[in-house]
Write a protein that binds this ligand. Sequence first.
Ligand code: PMP
Length: 296
Amino acid sequence: MYHNNESIFFIDGNWTKAGDANIDVFNQTFHYGIGAFEGIRAYHSSMGMSLFKATEHYKRLLNSVQTLHLKINYTAAELVEITHQLLKKNNLRNAYVRPLVFMGPNMELTIKGKPRLLIAAWEWGALLGKNQLNLSISSYQRPDRKSLPATAKLTGNYTNSILASYEARKKGADEALMLDGDGNIAQAPGANFFLEKDGVLYTPQEGNILPGITRATIFEYAKELNFEIREQDLLVDMIHDADSAFLTGTATEIVGVKSIEGIKMNNAWKDSMGEVLAGVYQHRIRREVSQGLTIV
Ligand code: PMP
């Protein structure tokens, strides 16, 4: 599904056939989750391929690697260029790019050795879904910044995300909404959260959330549209009288919320600030792709 006999990876500085990738089963990332990764979208048009916010993603990757006290010898600009080549070599159209910094064999709880770099991509046309979501509040807490570096996208953190999503789906919801250590709303397992009330958007401030690149994009667009956003603690009680809410992420894009823990949003998604922002987002992606611009 993610690769075939023809797929080419960028691995440790070389272009390698997927089947020839040499990954040691004792690699530390496999066992202990010491690693960092990104998820980047490529959109296609008649003018070619555009990467969405690739520089920002690679800057976050370099920062994540730094939180592990590791270093890779590439700049964000070099990684963007490699990614363009990767997409060309694999003849991909609408794709998802997965850079992963991972470790060599080491069964100790130490950080040592040179990290390795894999960049792979696969065709991923369809959006995750356009329907508004029913969220359920998770019994799993988002790890706070004293447990794991909050600004880093680290491999090991995703056990927490996957358990939260699993629990939500088992309860019949579409996705989880996770709280932080203080009991305030943090985010979804793989997306950031916004809530609308009386013409103002609220979103948790940085601290216990992954500062999403789509979240930052929403801030940009909101400024242009004169939409007010307040970054603050989001008490769970705020869901009781919320006008609307939405999730943001590279894979998710911008998707509306229908209900949280069975509590319906006051307004229809089509009348929400989120829907306006989602429209701008889709328009920007399509327009810039159709102009053959690299979206940065
Ligand atoms: N939080 C988590 C835990 C994520 O994995 C993601 C997806 N990368 C996000 C938030 C949204 O971030 P972005 O908008 O940068 O994709």
